[in-house]
Design a protein. Structure first.
Lengths: 428, 200
């Protein structure tokens, strides 16, 4: 029996979330900027039409924005996360198997559904999400995750599909015709580096890829490309992953609001990111064995001298203790910091992460030391969960944080804060 | 010199080792048993040898019968704690304590809250600063109180739809009925299903 896998993807998710609560943004070019208002991370159709590219730095399209009255919003992740949660929870009612793939996408398994017409079923899902959350979604259906992704891509780009493209209800010739039109770089898992290599051996579009014999590719290309080719030919290689796997790596990085030169400010920012990363680490109940920190100057500013460096510090004992991690990160920063540069970004990556069960303790460390550390961190997390995120902070994070990121146009947290609710004006 | 030294280390020492004449009164052997059965087996054997010398060739079934007969009167004094007072007659009837969310919110994923500013709905019991519950999973019907967007502004009114068009009706005599004109932008955001107010 052939599988029926659907990919549901929200359209221009961040912009759409902003529009649900701010009707004045409708039918206007809107761009949501990344943390620190750095670059475009979501664009409304109107903004796309004006030529704002995904990931484009703000200062590069500033003139365009001014000329066409493009509205820019700072990213409001509290809002997006809550809206995502709502969408996923509604979608979970339409299939027993759901894989939440990202903040705005999920796979649903419709295999074996006794439904005459999955296309109609998918359209019903679109209407339901639209009504209940105000967000519009597109759905692609295929025999594999790879085909579902492509079907979704087609539904997004071609309004005639009215939001749903179902490969499984399409004649094979027609499906191939669509695949022929799409460049090979658009296939799930084939990135910018792989696409040119494939073009060299004469594979330009997805239909070409589908018809290649995977065995001749073996030496040059990875196994996952082979799997992709099988998936294009209706053979499932990537199953739905329902349980969210523990993260093997946790990172936290930001661009600064102002360029930083002093060691102290840099040290504070690193301490804050370590703090955030350690919180995430503890939330998934695991420990890290290695901390990596990096700093860099702006890659766009050609006038100033550039510097970037990073250091990885293996930890003597796997830990989840913010204080310990900050000690090591400050030590590392001292090694890579150079005076006289204007730093624009810093970040922290925790890796070699193990779950609490796999954790190895240090033979020579004291038992009660670990117990004390655990209860201190638990108390820190509990107080912050109960009384607000920044009630207890590590002093190394700094109190004033003058370097903090710009979020000049952040919308209210409409769904997560009582003081930020939508206001209904009753003066008319 | 060496020959005169009394050896205190190594070799056989008289009087060492297990004494003969233990409770079983015959030669013993070491056997390996699974840890979780060790206690049961010890118990069995000790019961077996309590009053009588063990017969070497007794059948297993006889042994079991004997042990059963000896053990069947033995009960533990108590296995768990019992509260000294009268057992709670409510134990079988414990229910979840009431939660206002359950009362107000039917469909969590589709429910939003909105703050009221102004007094155009006071006669419907909606006052300044109230928080209203909006359930977007409901389809609006005539007479429903709805949150609508009129020319880009949120407002709460009573909905009246007919062949002639859509009207928004306030619940306060000082305000006038709003007839939606074609050139106006209008959208119903959701149906108001409840309200919340705090006095302190």
């Amino acid at each position: 029996m052939n599988h029926s896998i659907a990919l549901v993807d929200c359209n221009n998710f961040y912009v759409s979330c902003e529009r649900v609560f701010n009707p004045k943004l409708k039918n206007k070019p809107v761009v949501v900027l990344s943390n620190n208002d750095g670059c475009a991370v979501a664009r409304s159709e109107e903004a796309k039409a004006l030529g704002v590219r995904m990931g484009e730095p703000w200062f590069q399209f500033k003139h365009l924005a001014e000329r066409h009255n493009i509205i820019t919003c700072s990213s409001n992740y509290a809002l997006y996360a809550d809206m995502s949660d709502r969408v996923m929870s509604i979608l979970s009612k339409f299939s027993p198997n759901q894989e939440i793939y990202s903040i705005d996408e999920c796979f649903l398994d419709f295999t074996g559904f006794y439904k005459d017409d999955l296309t109609t079923y998918a359209q019903k899902i679109c209407r339901c999400i639209q009504q209940q959350t105000g967000l519009s979604v597109c759905i692609g259906i295929g025999t594999s995750k790879t085909l579902a992704k492509l079907a979704n891509y087609i539904a997004k780009k071609n309004l005639s599909f009215q939001g749903v493209c179902n490969f499984n209800a399409m004649a094979i010739q027609e499906q191939n015709k669509w695949l022929h039109k799409i460049k090979v770089g658009k296939v799930w898992g084939i990135g910018k580096q792989l696409a040119p290599k494939l073009q060299q051996i004469g594979i330009y579009n997805i239909d070409d890829l589908k018809n290649i014999n995977p065995s001749i590719l073996d030496l040059q290309f990875s196994v996952s490309l082979k799997k992709t080719i099988y998936e294009l030919n209706n053979i499932v290689c990537f199953k739905l992953e329902e349980a969210t796997a523990q993260k093997k790596q946790i990172s936290c990085s930001r661009s600064f609001g102002v360029l930083i030169t002093s060691f102290k400010s840099l040290e504070q920012s690193i301490a804050l990111y370590v703090s955030r990363a350690a919180e995430k680490l503890r939330r998934q109940n695991s420990y890290t064995g290695s901390i990596h920190i990096y700093i860099c100057t702006s890659p766009f500013n050609k006038k100033e001298s550039c510097y970037e460096n990073s250091v990885t510090i293996p930890l003597p004992e796997q830990t989840d203790n913010t204080l310990t991690l900050i000690q090591f990160s400050s030590f590392g920063l001292r090694k890579i910091y150079r005076n006289g540069y204007k730093y624009q970004k810093a970040g922290v990556i925790l890796s070699k992460i193990v779950s609490s069960k796999e954790r190895q303790s240090d033979l020579f460390s004291k038992k009660d030391k670990q117990k004390k550390s655990d209860s201190l961190m638990a108390a820190l997390d509990q107080i912050n969960a109960l009384m607000g995120k920044k009630v207890l902070i590590i002093a190394a994070e700094g109190i004033t944080q003058s370097w903090k990121m710009r979020q000049s146009n952040m919308s209210p947290r409409y769904t997560t804060n009582w003081n930020d609710l939508i206001v209904a004006s009753q003066f008319i | 010199m060496m020959a005169d030294t009394i050896r205190t280390h190594g070799g056989r020492r008289s009087g060492a080792g297990r004494k003969p004449g233990n409770s079983i009164a015959q030669p013993t052997t070491v056997i390996r048993v699974p840890v979780n059965t060790a206690k049961v087996i010890k118990n069995f054997v000790s019961t077996l040898t309590e009053d009588r010398p063990l017969q070497t060739h007794a059948k297993l079934s006889e042994l079991i019968q004997f042990v059963r007969a000896k053990q069947h009167t033995v009960f533990p004094l108590y296995t768990s704690k019992v509260a000294a007072g009268f057992p709670s007659p409510a134990d079988d009837h414990v229910e979840q304590r009431l939660n206002p969310s359950d009362y107000l919110v039917e469909n969590d994923a589709a429910t939003f809250f909105v703050r009221v500013k102004g007094d155009s709905m006071t006669e419907a019991g909606i006052f300044d600063n109230d928080v209203l519950v909006i359930d977007r999973s409901r389809t609006q019907q005539n007479g429903d109180i709805v949150l609508a967007i009129l020319d880009g502004e949120f407002t709460v009114k009573i909905l009246e739809q007919s062949k002639k068009g859509v009207t928004l009706i306030p619940a306060n005599r000082n305000y006038s009925v709003i007839e939606i004109k074609e050139e106006q932008s209008f959208e119903i955001w959701g149906v108001v299903t409840g309200s919340m107010r705090k006095f302190k």
